[in-house]
Ligand binder design. Structure first.
Ligand code: SIN
Length: 360
């Protein structure tokens, strides 16, 4: 009898030690995993169609972020995940106020020792603008990745789940630190500055003029190039120092265009107009005076190209020095709007504004 109770106590103690060892190892594994916050903003990635055959006609921004993440238990093997729903909208509805709100929240999260990186689910339509703004204003080397989808969550072969999985892999990986804000889509990793959405429907819509920074293969990001222009901690722009953004608008040039949009924007109080010109940001002979008047009224003129590539040559056919115009370098007009708005928070000197375009 005495011997039996001795054995029972021994078994009990041994099993307690085993449970403690198991708990300690599980705790150590959790502690080793990075802490990632996933912020939901809406977009197609959270979209739902009438049937699973609706891959391009659907309602965007329907499913909350926790529903999207619950469907992906695999990511809990990679990171400890927390979620926040900051907006639930199509990305076409981003404006300066919403951009500032999102960026301030990302900045606040990254300042915490408890957060190792942030993933933002975002509509693909304006993802390139939001990511560029974050790239220029967030003072942290911790990885920030924007991710979206071209097919709604309900679609056959929805691309959202793998894109989110890859985004978490990229944020969790040590090689992703210090590379600025990234966009992860379709197994590719793009630098915020260079990437553009190039198709309204295709899965392979995101292209970078100089190629992606890297790719994700079997759960590992592989980088092949680095962003050349300053970003995040090297940038002179800081979200903590920005209260509001000045109004900057884009006018798209075409044959037989009207001067009405220029005059209307000046009358509405815009601070700068991005002239999205044909070719080398050219200006029609019947628009030349309108543009000169814009500048004479104190509104900055920034010449961009609608071609989708190449740089806008300063003082080529148009005398930018004489007209006090700015050229965009190779920035697309939507990104030029972001950069000009930020630049105007620093200076209203045309030469300095031009330097900012050459630098970033
Ligand atoms: C959006 O940008 O919100 C809609 C389109 C998309 O996410 O692909």
């Amino acid at each position: 009898m005495h011997y039996i109770s001795y054995m029972a106590i021994r078994c009990f103690l041994l099993s307690m030690v085993a449970v403690m060892l198991f708990c300690a190892s599980a705790w150590a594994q959790e502690a080793q995993k990075p802490n990632i916050v996933i912020i939901g903003t809406g977009g197609t990635i959270a979209g739902v169609g009438k049937s699973n055959a609706n891959v391009s006609a659907y309602q965007s921004a329907v499913l909350p972020i926790d529903t999207l993440i619950k469907a992906l238990p695999e990511i809990t093997n990679i990171a400890n995940i927390k979620m926040e729903q900051i907006f639930q909208m199509g990305s076409e509805s981003f404006n300066n106020e919403r951009l500032l709100k999102l960026t301030r929240r990302v900045s606040e999260l990254l300042k915490s020792k408890e957060v190792d990186g942030v993933v933002i689910t975002h509509g693909t339509d304006t993802m390139e603008e939001t990511s560029y703004f974050l790239n220029l204003t967030i003072k942290s080397e911790k990885p920030v990745v924007l991710v979206g989808a071209m097919r709604p969550a309900s679609a056959l072969s929805a691309d959202g789940p793998l894109n989110i999985y890859n985004a978490v892999i990229v944020v969790a990986h040590k090689d992703s630190a210090g590379k600025g804000t990234l966009i992860v889509m379709n197994d590719e990793i793009h630098a915020a500055r260079d990437v553009t959405k190039t198709s309204s429907v295709k899965i392979e819509t995101f292209r970078s003029l100089y190629g992606p920074l890297g790719t994700i293969v079997e759960g590992t990001p592989r980088y092949y190039r680095l962003p050349a222009r300053p970003h995040t901690i090297q940038s002179e722009f800081d979200i903590d120092a920005i209260d509001t953004l000045p109004e900057v608008n884009v006018v798209y040039a075409h044959e037989n265009m009207s001067r009405v949009p220029y005059d209307a924007l000046v009358a509405a109080g815009t601070k700068a107009i991005i002239h999205m010109g044909v070719g080398n940001g050219s200006v029609a002979d019947y628009i030349t005076d309108a543009l000169k008047e814009v500048r004479a009224k104190g509104v900055f003129v920034v010449r961009a190209t609608r071609t989708g590539g190449g740089i806008v040559v300063r003082n080529g056919e148009i005398n930018d020095d004489q007209n006090d115009y700015i050229v965009t370098d190779d920035q697309n007009p939507a990104k030029a709007r972001i950069l000009m708005a930020l630049a105007l928070t620093k200076t209203t000197n045309t030469k300095e504004l031009q330097e900012i375009f050459w630098k970033y």
